[in-house]
Write a protein that binds this ligand. Structure first.
Ligand code: BLA
Length: 518
């Protein structure tokens, strides 16, 4: 029975998904000690290629069990570390005991072990057209031609769906809090469900899964309902559980498979989208029935996802560069007019170039000697002076800047002017905190449409099943008030460098006044 009450989503983070103790049934697994090459574990279905588990496999050497050429390849790769961290060696094999079937053997090393996965080639391989090099090249070219991020994501979803044959492919992007949004979708017309534009809470893809996906770059589930094949380990052959972090056929978390059932998905894929060495998002494939993707096509989909990631990096870094250059230009002009003027407040607020040209702010100002000079859409002078007092009292000494996109949550008095100033960026000019620069951003009247109620991502299960994913993915609209667009870190830094330049000028003016009155 399911109790429809939310439980702590952090429960999800505790599932050790890298040691599930089983693999998906379209493959077999042989595990050996990486130093001795002696077998110390295998999947229960291994008898399919080594006809019988008698004489026992445990303790036998890989040199007896695999062709000499493959063992030599493993030794050579192992010696240079090429089997670690997602590296692998592969070959096509047939076995005397199972002459009618061929297997793709893929070996990798991890945590002192060698893991060899034997993937059964499908009975009618011709039913599964593999991606050619040409398909991949053409798709990469189309990706590179797309201009904006949105277009690139749309092209990526379309190309990867054409390649892999999934009924739906989604580009899923994480935000700063690890919630995610489906930013592009390509799907068969007869599947009416659309997840495009929907937001999903961070707990749908818990932190240990995100950490694993940063290391191992892809996962494919042929059949959500298939029965996992358990692993048999050797007593004394290393009794730590077999770490399947890098195993292609690792069984996925049963909680996640339940989630897929609730979502109406059977066969699935997810490929990590890495930008700047960080998990930017996932390329997700969905199929309502089981779905097999052959190895060459899986590799092609990974290449294409990497090409997408590089394009994202290119577009983002170019946009950032242009934006920063424009800001450095404004800052330069402001500093020049500061040095030419005796009145720094006028230099920053009165001319054609002023504080409003920075940071997409709609209001800005300076508080100095308890006088507030404001431009654009700003709260009133009295309110800003009170805000300055609050900042002086609240910020720990030594802190010279403050940035928020939700001012009223920290400073309730700001609720009355949230329309013009839900966002605040403030930089103190002097150590005594007498003078400060301020920028304001308005409230974004925004609604977030979630794929299900984000307050109830996890339901309490019963018996051995402690937690369950939610069952409903019905659109759930959240009204968000009091939020402005967030400030970027480089913007906070630039506000501080401007404040430093102002300090230089203010000090110079003070000295001048001292000399005159002196
Ligand atoms: C994993 N959850 C995942 C994955 C996705 C999602 C894509 C990766 C699965 C894979 O690589 O194949 C979630 N799938 C989504 C989302 C969309 C989608 C958001 O299509 C929207 C477009 N999940 C829960 C709860 C728990 C949970 C409540 O909702 C825990 C109690 C757990 N999700 C969970 C776990 C994994 C996961 C443990 C890791 C699966 C694994 O790799 O073993």
């Amino acid at each position: 029975r399911v109790r429809a009450e939310p439980v702590d989503p952090s429960l999800c983070e505790r599932e050790p998904i890298h040691i599930p103790g089983s693999i998906q049934p379209n493959a077999l697994l042989l595990v050996a000690d990486a130093a001795s090459f002696l077998v110390n574990a295998f999947s229960h279905n291994i008898g399919e290629i080594y006809r019988t588990a008698e004489p026992p496999l445990l303790g036998r050497s890989l040199t007896e069990l695999l062709p000499a050429a493959f063992v030599d390849l493993l030794r050579a790769r192992l010696a240079i570390g090429a089997l670690d961290d997602g590296g692998s060696a592969r070959t096509r094999l047939t076995f005397p005991g199972a002459p009618e079937a061929a297997y793709l053997a893929v070996a990798h090393a991890h945590a002192g072990r060698i893991l060899i996965e034997f993937e059964r080639e499908p009975d009618r391989a011709e039913d599964f057209r593999s991606a050619s090099q040409m398909d991949t090249e053409l798709a990469v070219a189309r990706l590179r031609a797309a201009g904006t991020l949105t277009d690139t994501a749309r092209v990526a979803a379309l190309e990867i769906r054409a390649l892999t044959g999934f009924e739906a492919v989604l580009v899923y992007r994480f935000d700063a809090d690890w919630n995610g949004e489906a930013v592009a979708e390509d799907k068969v017309p007869d599947w009416s469900r659309s997840l495009l534009g929907l937001r999903f809470p961070a707990s749908d893809i818990p932190s240990q899964a995100r950490a694993l996906y940063t290391k191992a770059k892809s996962r494919f589930v042929i059949d959500r309902d298939s029965v996992p094949v358990p692993l048999a380990g050797a007593p004394g052959g290393g009794n730590t559980p077999i770490d399947l972090t890098f195993a292609q056929h690792r069984t996925l978390s049963p909680i996640h498979l339940e989630y897929q059932r609730n979502l109406g998905v059977n066969g699935s894929m997810s490929i990590s989208i890495m930008v700047d060495d960080k998990l930017w998002g996932l390329m997700i494939g969905h199929h309502r029935r089981p779905h097999y993707v052959p190895p060459e096509t899986r590799a092609a989909a990974t290449v294409l996802t990497d090409a997408f990631a590089m394009r994202v990096q290119e577009i983002e870094s170019r946009r950032l560069w242009v934006e920063r250059q424009a800001h450095l230009d404004v800052e330069g002009r402001l500093v020049r007019s500061l040095t030419r003027s005796d009145d720094f407040v006028a230099a920053l607020t009165a001319g054609g170039t002023n504080l409003l040209q920075l940071f997409d702010a709609t209001g800005a100002g300076i508080v100095s000697n308890d006088r507030a000079t404001l431009i654009g859409q700003s709260p009133g002078a009295k309110a800003v002076r009170a805000l300055a007092t609050w900042l002086r009292e609240t910020l720990p000494s030594g802190e010279t800047s403050y940035a928020t996109s939700n001012l009223a949550s920290a400073y309730p008095d700001a609720a009355v002017f949230k329309e013009v100033a839900s966002g605040l960026l403030a930089a103190f000019v002097d150590e005594s905190r007498e003078t400060l620069l301020l920028w304001f951003r308005p409230e974004m009247p925004s609604t977030v449409t979630w794929g299900g109620d984000p307050r109830k991502p996890v339901l309490a299960g019963s018996g051995s099943v402690a937690v369950l994913p939610r069952r409903s993915f019905e659109r759930w609209v959240e009204e968000r008030t009091g939020f402005a667009a967030p400030w970027a870190e480089w913007q906070v830094n630039l506000s501080l460098s401007l404040a430093e330049a102002v300090e230089g000028v203010v000090l110079r003016q003070r000295r001048k006044i001292d000399e005159l009155t002196g």
